[in-house]
Write a protein that binds this ligand. Structure first.
Ligand code: ZN
Length: 138
């Protein structure tokens, strides 16, 4: 779903991260970025987008003047720092849709949750196709 960094881009991103936030050295961001890269990937377009998102994320200040993010943990997740810094030709990744309910994301489908409450869908079928067993079938 997300994009992947090359090994060199990963090293450069880690270097940039630590240049902006030396206090993150203890969070071992290189390892964190590598595990995201090996897994879901990043919710952006390319390496430059990752740099822009990083600059916004790493330098964001809260209302009290302190850094908004104390660790790099949330950086690889979807959020404003990615959506604000995307280019015009980039569309934020959409969450996978619920196969049973048009317009609902599978991971948080309101219709599936309502079905579970009503007892007509097992909880483990939230966001997954479910066909209740019908007595009319043979
Ligand atoms: Zn659903």
């Amino acid at each position: 779903m997300g994009f992947k960094l090359t090994a060199q881009e990963g090293q450069r991103l880690t270097t940039c991260m630590l240049a902006m936030r030396p206090d993150w050295t203890k969070n071992n961001p290189g390892q964190m970025l590598a595990s995201i890269n090996d897994g879901p990937g990043f919710p952006g377009k390319d390496f430059e987008h990752a740099l822009r998102a990083l600059a916004q994320y790493a330098t964001a200040r809260g209302g009290n003047g302190a850094h908004q993010y104390r660790t790099p943990e949330i950086y690889p997740r979807e959020g404003k720092h990615w959506t604000d810094t995307g280019t015009a030709d980039w569309t934020p990744p959409k969450p996978a849709p619920c196969p049973d309910h048009i317009g609902e994301p599978a991971h948080a489908c309101r219709c599936c949750h309502a079905d579970v409450k009503a007892g007509i869908r097992p909880a483990e079928r939230i966001g997954k196709h479910y066909e209740p067993e019908s007595e009319e079938e043979e």
